[in-house]
Design a protein around this ligand. Structure first.
Ligand code: BGC
Ligand code: BGC
Length: 626
């Protein structure tokens, strides 16, 4: 079977076309041999010699490359634009699965291995046989793979505040991702976010630079130390920088209100608050950094030569490569040529094109011919990319390790995800109610039995979607397991009747999943139907407990005073039993807010709460225990 027919047969999906996260297992599984084809012509070249020093291998290979091959290395194309042999014909350096990008109708471990190995075989069959580097957004587990272990989003890991936990999660995510042939994740997000109206707030560990630094570097160490039996797994520190600190309503395109917006803070703030996680990421061995869609003082980050080249590369000594964000360079200037020249000269090494590889390559070629982009800049970018590939051992081990399959959703990983969910719970109100004691338990609320909502965005699809989207234990399932089935009654329709004066009512509210752009929200209110349930439950039960499943602090109004117990569950992932463990005292709550919880949106962004000018509802660091 040719690679081409193999691709047409089995591969690839565009995020939007699989928005419903369908998992069809009946697509024919193509057979891919695991033998990499190494061109005999270069079999004895120095760059092929694993015992030669990396820098010598880089120089040897670089000296053999044509301009086209160099530009190809700098190009990263999205999976659904790699259906017709482009990996080979364009000599590409990289491919990616963005949010929701999975093998077409075959979102299984084998489907992924076949997809990635198929592309790798194309790359290996190019003139020089340079392996391609495949990346995906494994941001809280291998979240594009069906039935993977999904961990809490970073907001929950920030509340847990436990670097050892973050490190173990990093290792587990690397293993599950590598089990599908993918060595590279676009994570961790090291934003020090200050505005919960931002639709990516949950990707941030918290408002405090040192907390973000400790947790993200722990994740990096864990991810990059996973023993995968394949090429070394690598991370991306993102998004460099300013994401989470942009001003409301600032987008140039008007599509987004705060995402991809403008940061007006000064260089002192950048150096004191935003840069430390990158400095530590570099020290911890991060070899790729992704540029932010945001702007600093009106100039797109993708064009910020000072920050990328002077600060990150020179000052911090970053010798890995910078990858652009999704079409991020295109936004630098309406004129594509100007945009590419500016971005590459500013220091972008690998361009996440993502859909128009040929246009980027042609533009690069003419910019190099006209000397608008110096050859030295191209060589620098390619050196960086090749260096990382050599360091990873990608030349020696380019293919998936198919023996790793059993790590996906293994009992160990499920236990770790449950532990992470437990540790991330923050108890905010407790009027002698938690842990829930004997008696009947009534469960209601829009997020009580919803794996999709408790996973949030970047799960199965880009924006995430409510419902039974992947394997997992809902919070309701978890309550049944921990409290004992006989004690629990699920009031799915929210009609409590006359209630039960001796029972406890647990209302689980939640947000509809969202991610970048679409998740920007000026109001960040609690679901009104769930708020009405709280009112309806009061007086009908002995105690009312509210569990908030959300990617941000929501404006509670008078709700906090209306309940006997209130727990912030964040986006706990697939193991909802971790939430139940805290509710019923199977584990003691230790989670603390990693940012201030605002009284109202007028208090946003959080800077005034951080400086002490303003009193939030609860300060960062708050969290009750028992
Ligand atoms: C996001 C990145 C992500 C990339 C690839 C972008 O839109 O901003 O965080 O890594 O897409 O999916
Ligand atoms: C992709 C995401 C990407 C986004 C950028 C989506 O189609 O799936 O990965 O972040 O586009 O706009």
């Amino acid at each position: 079977m040719t690679i081409r027919s193999l691709c047409t047969l089995s591969l690839f999906v565009f995020a939007f076309s699989c928005a419903k996260a369908e998992v069809k297992k009946n697509a024919p599984a193509p057979v891919v041999s695991a033998e990499p084809a190494v061109s005999p012509e270069f079999a004895s070249a120095k760059f092929r010699d694993p015992s030669a020093p990396v820098e010598e291998r880089v120089e040897d290979l670089l000296s053999r490359m044509t301009v086209d091959e160099k530009i190809g290395q700098m190009t990263q194309v999205v999976i659904y634009k790699l259906l017709n042999g482009e990996m080979k014909t364009l000599s590409l350096g990289s491919g990616l699965s963005g949010g929701g990008g999975s093998p077409w109708r075959n979102n299984t471990i084998t489907g992924w291995c076949d997809m990635v190995d198929g592309l790798q075989k194309e790359a290996l069959s190019t003139r020089l046989g340079i392996p391609m580097l495949y990346g995906t957004d494994s941001v809280h587990g291998h979240n594009n793979l069906a039935n993977a272990t999904i961990f809490p989003h970073n907001i929950g890991i920030g509340a847990a505040g436990d670097p050892d936990l973050a490190e173990r999660i990093g290792r587990a995510v690397a293993l599950e991702t590598a089990a599908t042939g993918v060595p590279w994740t676009f994570a961790p997000c090291v934003a020090v976010a200050r505005d919960p109206r931002w639709g990516r707030f949950y990707e941030s560990y918290g408002q405090d630079s040192s907390l973000v630094t400790r947790l993200s570097s722990a994740f990096i160490r864990g991810f990059q130390s996973a023993d995968t039996g394949a090429a070394k797994s690598i991370v991306t520190a993102k998004h460099f920088l300013g994401d989470g600190n942009t001003v409301w309503g600032s987008s140039r395109t008007g599509n987004y209100f705060i995402d991809q917006g403008n940061m007006i803070k000064d260089e002192k703030f950048i150096r004191e608050t935003l840069l430390p996680p990158y400095a530590e990421a570099v020290k911890s061995g991060a070899r790729t950094v992704m540029t932010s869609f945001s702007s600093w003082k009106g100039v797109k980050m993708h064009a910020q030569k000072y920050l990328m080249t002077e600060v990150l590369k020179r000052e911090l000594g970053f010798t890995g490569f910078i990858v652009s964000d999704w079409g991020g360079m295109d936004q630098i200037d309406p004129d594509y040529y100007t945009a590419i020249v500016t971005g590459i000269n500013a220091g972008i090494d690998m361009n996440m094109v993502p859909e128009q590889g040929e246009r980027f390559i042609a533009t690069m070629k003419s910019a190099v011919e006209k000397k608008d982009i110096p050859m030295s800049r191209v060589d620098d970018a390619v050196r960086r990319i090749l260096r990382v590939k050599f360091e990873m051992g990608l030349f020696e081990r380019p293919m998936a390790n198919r023996k790793l399959a059993s790590v996906v959703r293994s009992p160990e990983h499920l236990a770790l995800a449950r532990e992470a969910a437990q540790k991330s719970q923050v108890v905010l109100v407790n009027n002698a109610t938690l842990p829930i004691q004997a008696g009947k338990v009534y469960v209601a609320g829009s997020a009580a039995d919803d794996i999709g909502k408790q996973c949030g965005g970047w799960t199965m699809t880009w924006q995430g979607v409510a419902g039974k989207i992947t394997a997992g234990t809902s919070i309701l399932d978890g309550i049944r397991e921990v409290a004992g089935k006989g004690r629990v009654k699920y009031v799915a329709n929210g009609k409590f009747g006359s209630g039960d004066p001796k029972g406890t009512c647990v209302i689980v509210t939640g947000e509809t999943p969202y991610a970048e752009g679409i998740g920007d929200n000026p109001k960040i209110e609690i679901n009104p139907a769930d708020a009405a349930l709280v009112t309806a439950a009061r007086g009908k039960f002995s105690k009312v407990v509210l569990v908030v499943v959300s990617g941000r602090p929501l404006i509670l109004g008078d709700l906090a005073g209306k309940v006997d117990g209130l727990v912030a569950a964040w986006l706990p992932g697939t193991e909802g039993a971790g939430v139940a463990d805290i509710l019923f005292g199977k584990a003691a709550p230790t989670g603390k807010l990693s940012f201030a919880w605002p009284v109202s949106v007028e208090q946003l962004p959080l800077d005034r709460a951080i400086s002490g000018e303003q009193k939030p509802l609860w300060p960062a660091g708050f969290g009750l225990s028992y």
